[in-house]
Design a protein around this ligand. Structure first.
Ligand code: LLP
Length: 407
């Protein structure tokens, strides 16, 4: 599927007329997710890392259809919770292709995952602390374990998502030998793991990522008999139209160079790269107010539907899908959601065609950590998610869903 697929799918590449039909049919806010693009992104990763064990970080987008597309493309699944492990197994991933990355794992998650392992799912559990090993042993687990190390260096688009170096994650460098030796008395230690952070893009980040890789290689070199070294996820995508896409081959070359000499296979667990540009979020303008130099377009999507701008000041392209939008004047526009917080804005004073009530807008690159981080704050049902051909991946929640579990 790579032959005529561009390296990055810009918001302008989506068919405005079709998106408009979907919004009319399914209402807004609405996610539109292109599963073909998911498959293309998987193929692109495979081409750049032909020999690596690629495991999709399920947390970026857990829609069943997305998981199935990724599985069909031949990637495994990296899961951050029992819930994600369940979803991966239900979507047809073979247990052997599933990693459970246990970060401060809740007892309930360990119970569930060990239970599924006992039932035959031959998964790998990635552990970042000695006491998690004890907790697995207590539950009768003696399967595959990967040791997460703390390389002391991180990278990524925002401080909140730079995990490498954060005390919360991984075994500190000076304790790796001891923890691996102790793990080997009870488990099959197959790998060493580290994750730098998310949204690695741009030169400074790539330099930090290289430093991270060098450090991981150094820590892994001190451990014998490894099947693989997993360097985590983090491969970024351009969020702004004027940003160039990452050169995946250059990233692959950096990984190869830094890990050169290690007698172990390479594993990676990209999430964002697989799904980010495979979805857009459609939203309708409900109200326009203010003078021409400070227009506010009130839209029906908010931080409950796409949290990234409020949480990380993340930039998402916004495009008017109105046929006459190109003829309109541009003005600085603040696009604001319906939530009772000042942080509930998608952009402030951004040059956009002057909006009118009823306009349809699209937000780009919404496929990674978009629907996935949606919440029902302000009693807002979470949005529907459909494909460009109109198949429903996730229905819109109803008001009844919001109170269904109350007693
Ligand atoms: N592996 C581990 C252990 C991770 O913690 C993560 C992401 C990944 C892989 C995948 O990283 P990716 O390839 O997607 O960058 N909600 C934030 C991103 C949080 C990422 C958390 N961990 C955002 O919207 O930017």
């Amino acid at each position: 599927p790579l032959a005529d697929s561009p390296a990055v799918r810009r918001l302008a590449d989506w068919d405005a007329a079709r998106l408009s039909e979907l919004a009319d049919e399914h209402g807004t806010p609405l996610y539109v997710t292109d599963l073909d693009r998911v498959a293309e992104n998987c193929a692109r990763l495979r081409a750049a890392f032909p020999d690596a064990d690629l495991r999709y970080a399920v947390k970026a987008n857990t829609a069943r259809a997305v998981l199935e597309a990724v599985g069909e493309a031949g990637l495994g699944a990296e899961c951050a919770s029992a819930g994600e492990v369940r979803r991966a197994l239900d979507a047809g991933f073979d247990g052997a292709d599933v990693d459970y990355t246990a970060v401060n794992p809740p007892a309930r998650d360990l119970d569930a995952v060990v239970e599924w392992w006992k039932e035959g799912a031959d998964l790998t559990i990635t552990v970042g602390a000695a006491d998690a090993l004890d907790r697995l042993r207590e539950r009768g687990y003696d399967g595959r374990v990967c040791v997460r190390v703390n390389p002391g260096v991180g990278a990524g688009h925002h401080e909140k998502v730079r995990t490498g170096g954060a005390a919360k994650f991984g075994v500190p460098a000076d304790r790796v030998g001891e923890v691996v030796a102790s793990a080997r008395t009870a488990f099959d230690v197959v790998g060493v793991h580290a994750h730098a952070g998310s949204g690695i893009h741009g030169e400074a980040d790539l330099a930090a990522h290289r430093e991270f890789l060098a450090r991981v290689a150094e820590l892994a070199a001190a451990v014998d008999d490894l099947e693989y070294v997993n360097v985590g996820g983090g491969i970024g995508v351009p969020y702004r139209d004027d940003e160039e896409p990452l050169d995946l081959d250059a990233v692959a070359a950096a990984v190869r160079e830094e890990l050169d000499g290690l007698d172990a296979a390479l594993a990676l667990e990209p999430g964002r790269y697989v799904v980010a540009d495979a979805a857009v979020l459609l939203t309708r303008v409900n109200a326009v107010k203010g003078a021409s130099d400070e227009l506010v377009a009130g839209v029906d999507a908010g931080m409950t539907d796409l949290l990234r701008p409020a949480m990380y000041d993340a930039y998402h392209e916004i495009r008017s899908l109105e046929p006459d939008s190109l003829d309109r004047e541009e003005a600085p526009v603040t696009v604001a959601g319906p939530i009772c917080e000042s942080g509930d804005v998608f952009c402030e004073g951004r040059p956009l065609p002057v909006p009118e009530r009823g306009d349809l807008l699209a937000l780009g690159n919404a496929g990674a950590y978009g629907h996935e981080m949606a919440s029902t704050y302000n009693s807002r049902p979470r949005p529907a998610d459909v494909t460009p051909s109109g198949d429903v991946l996730r229905e819109r929640e109803s008001l009844a869903d919001l109170t269904r579990l109350e007693r």
